[in-house]
Design a protein around this ligand. Structure first.
Ligand code: APR
Length: 262
């Protein structure tokens, strides 16, 4: 069997699982946006691979002096500047569009994304939980109110929440910051309902996101890994698409259309 035959077989198997499932959830990581020009964090070309793991006390430092954080926010580290530069240029790629199409067809119920790049929204997906926040928003750390960056006038540092007076920060979850309660609750509910999880472009090493696939497996669900490299989830995955997401996800959607005759 050639590599192409094996991939075609895996694509068909993945599509069959998707069509046979009742609540498919995609757990998305930085790998999905690599083909949009945004570097991943780990593995080849990863930001942490290049610059080293970031300081895990980012949130602790923010809470101790939010005004200084806001004043320093524009500067940031070399890794931060490289990430921001790539984020500002990025557009959705065929992988994002494939997930949007799967949602439109009714076969993808929810996306849990670890990405902050807003590309799922730009691609037109709707049912999204951003477990690590969204770079285009601000959030109150007390009541979790969120605002688009361009709809929140920053006339004091640190800015304060008009709803509860709490301190407002970037919605992007910092290292050491608790996952916002509303986002975590949605992820838990979606995982509990999930009978098939697409693992798209994630190294599956950051918790709590990395725990969701194990929960799905424990409740009898199926796992489909879409990643050019092995991960800790490879051996428990029912189907492995060892390719870039932009290559195999569109093929899975095409096969779902054929199988479901839609
Ligand atoms: N298509 C699919 N997967 C890809 C592609 C691609 N084109 N290119 C790389 N990958 C895979 C890599 O093999 C790797 O397994 O994407 C994964 C990216 O892993 P990470 O960089 O660790 O990203 P992620 O899993 O999202 O990290 C989780 O860690 O640093 C924090 O907050 C950050 O949300 C991030 C979290």
């Amino acid at each position: 069997m050639t590599a192409e035959d094996a991939l075609a077989e895996a694509v068909e198997e993945a599509a069959r699982l998707v069509v046979a499932s009742s609540h498919v959830v995609a757990l998305v990581g930085a790998g999905l946006s690599v083909e949009s020009g945004i570097p991943p964090f780990r593995g080849p070309g990863g930001l942490w691979t290049k610059y080293g793991e970031p300081d895990m006390r980012g949130y602790e430092r923010f809470v101790s002096d939010p005004k200084q954080w806001w004043e320093e926010r524009i500067s940031g580290s070399a890794a931060y500047r490289e990430l921001v530069e790539s984020l500002s240029q990025a557009q959705p790629n065929p992988g994002h569009h494939a997930l949007k199409e799967l949602e439109d067809l009714g076969y993808l119920k929810h996306i849990i994304t670890q990405n902050i790049d807003n590309l799922h929204q730009v691609a037109g997906s709707h049912n999204i939980t951003e477990i690590h926040g969204n770079r285009t928003k601000l959030r109150c750390i007390t009541c979790n109110s969120r605002w688009p960056l361009d709809e929140f006038p920053i006339d004091e540092l640190p800015p304060h929440c008009p709803d509860c007076g709490g301190v407002v920060k970037s919605d992007t979850v910092m290292f050491g910051e608790p996952i916002p309660r509303d986002a975590l609750e949605e992820c838990i509910q979606q995982t509990a309902a999930c009978d098939c999880m697409l693992l798209v472009g994630t190294s599956a090493v950051v918790y709590p996101a990395a725990s969701f696939p194990a929960d799905v497996k424990m409740q009898g669900g199926k796992l489909i890994e879409v990643n050019p490299n092995e991960t800790p989830l490879t051996e428990t995955s029912d189907v492995v698409l060892r390719t870039a997401a932009g290559e195999s996800l569109p093929r899975v959607v095409q096969k779902v259309r054929e199988l479901a005759n839609v």
